[in-house]
Write a protein that binds this ligand. Structure first.
Ligand code: NAD
Ligand code: MN
Length: 353
C-alpha cells in the first residue's frame, strides 16, 4: 500500500470529460481502501494551450513527468489543430521521450455486453494485444521535399531495429507466459514489405527459441484482421508492429462492444520512466461537450495503472466495479446501448465500489 503521485493530462475533446471522471473514481476508490493514497496533478497540456502559446506542452514537460509515478492521459486531437501536430507534439512525444515502447491492449467481453460477432462470448473474446510503440511505421523518420511542386515527395520510413524488435517480442512472450493459454500469435507483413518486416520475422524466430513453453503461430496482418472475426477463439496474446497493432486493437475493441470501453497502457518495462495509461479512443469531436462520453475505457485504464503500480487488489476492485455496472445494465452509456451520461456511469461505478 502506498502513496502515488499521478500526472493527469486530460488533453482535448472528450479526453477532458473521461479523465475528470477517472480521477473521481480513483479518489473514491482511495477513500474506500485503507492505506491507498493517490495525489493528482492536472497538467493543462493540449490544443487549447497550443492555440495560445504554439506548444502542446512546455519544453521541460518530460522532466516534469519523470517526477510522477504514472501518467493518466485523455486524448490529443482538436478540430482547430492539424492531427499530426496534436498527436506528435503531445502523446507521441511523451511515449517516445519516456521510452514507453510497450503498448498493452487487453480486450474482454464484459458481463451484460454483446459483441457484433455471432460467436462472440466471454470465452471467445479474451485477447491481449502487445503493440510495438516506439518505431515501425510510426517512427517519425521521413520527410517532405520539393514542397508544392508536382514532383513533391512525402516519405514515412518504417524502421525496425534488431534491439527494438527483440525487446518488445520478449515482453510479449512474458505476457503470453503469464496467461493460462500460453499462446502468442505473431503478426507480420513480410511478404510485401521485404526489408524491415523480414528482420522483424527473423528476430521472432530467434527469440521464440527461448520460450519453448509458449505455442506460437505466424499470421499476415490482413489475414489476422479476418481471423478476429471468423476465428476469435483461436486468439490469445498477439504481438504486432506499431501500425498493425493500432488498427487491430480498434477492431478488437469494436468486437468487444465499443471503442469507448477499451483501455491501454504505454509501458516502460524497465521502470526507468513513468508509464502512461489512457483509453484507446480519441477526442470524439462528434460527441464532445455533450456529457455522453463513455468513461469506462478511462476507468479500465486506471485499473491497468493500479496494477502497474503494484496495487493489484485495488486494480481488481475497480475492474470488478466496471463489470458490475455493465452486468447490471441500468447505467450503460449510449455507445453500449443505454441512456446514461458520463456522470451517471461514474456515479454507478463509485456506488459499485
Ligand atoms: P475517436 O475515437 O475520437 O472517435 C471514433 C468514434 O467513436 C466517434 O464516433 C466517437 O463518438 C466514438 N467514441 C470514441 N470514444 C467514445 C467514448 N468514450 N464514448 C462514446 N463514443 C466514443 O476517433 P477519431 O474520430 O478517428 O479521431 C478524433 C480525434 O482524436 C482526431 O484528432 C484523432 O487524431 C484523435 N485521436 C487521438 C488518440 C489519442 O490521443 N490516443 C487516439 C485516437 C484518435
Ligand atoms: Mn489508435
Amino acid at each position: 500500500m502506498g502513496t502515488y503521485r499521478i500526472a493527469a493530462i486530460p488533453g482535448d475533446g472528450i479526453g477532458k470529460e473521461v479523465i475528470a471522471a477517472g480521477c473521481r473514481v480513483l479518489e473514491h476508490l482511495a477513500q474506500q481502501k485503507n492505506g491507498l493514497s493517490i495525489e493528482f496533478k492536472t497538467l493543462p497540456w493540449g490544443s487549447d494551450q497550443y492555440l495560445e502559446t504554439g506548444e502542446m506542452m512546455p519544453n521541460d514537460a518530460l522532466d516534469t513527468l519523470r517526477g510522477f509515478d504514472a501518467i493518466f492521459f485523455g486524448s490529443a486531437g482538436d478540430p482547430r489543430v492539424p492531427d499530426h501536430i496534436s498527436l506528435w507534439k503531445l502523446r507521441l512525444a511523451i511515449c517516445q521521450g519516456l521510452d514507453q515502447y510497450a503498448n498493452i491492449r487487453p480486450t474482454k467481453l464484459l458481463p451484460g455486453l454483446s459483441s457484433p460477432l455471432k460467436n462472440g462470448t466471454s470465452e471467445t473474446i479474451d485477447w491481449f494485444i502487445v503493440r510495438e510503440n516506439s518505431e515501425g511505421e510510426y517512427s517519425g523518420a521521413g520527410g517532405r521535399v520539393h514542397q508544392d511542386l508536382s514532383n513533391e515527395v512525402g516519405l514515412d520510413v518504417s524502421v525496425i531495429t534488431r534491439s527494438g524488435a527483440e525487446r518488445i517480442q520478449r515482453f510479449a512472450f512474458d505476457i503470453a507466459r503469464s496467461r493460462p493459454r500460453k499462446k502468442l500469435t505473431f503478426v507480420t507483413k513480410s511478404n510485401a514489405q521485404r526489408h524491415a518486416m523480414v528482420l522483424w520475422d527473423e528476430v521472432f524466430e530467434k527469440t521464440s527459441a527461448d520460450y519453448p513453453d509458449i505455442k506460437t503461430d505466424r499470421v499476415l496482418v490482413d489475414a489476422m484482421a479476418a481471423r478476429f472475426v471468423t476465428d476469435p477463439e483461436s486468439i490469445d496474446t498477439v504481438i504486432a508492429t506499431n501500425l498493425h497493432a493500432d488498427v487491430l486493437s480498434d477492431l478488437a475493441a469494436a468486437l468487444s462492444g465499443s471503442l469507448g470501453l477499451a483501455p491501454t497502457g504505454n509501458i516502460n518495462p524497465e521502470r526507468e520512466n513513468p508509464s502512461m495509461f489512457e483509453p484507446i479512443h480519441g477526442s470524439a469531436f462528434d460527441i464532445m461537450g455533450h456529457g455522453t462520453a463513455n468513461p469506462l475505457g478511462s476507468f479500465w485504464s486506471a485499473s491497468l495503472m493500479l496494477d502497474h503500480l503494484g496495487e493489484h487488489e485495488a486494480a481488481t476492485l475497480l475492474f470488478r466495479a466496471i463489470e458490475t455496472v455493465t452486468g447490471d445494465g441500468s447505467a450503460l452509456p449510449r455507445d453500449l446501448g443505454g441512456q446514461a451520461g458520463t456522470d451517471e456511469v461514474t456515479e454507478a461505478v463509485c456506488k459499485a465500489l
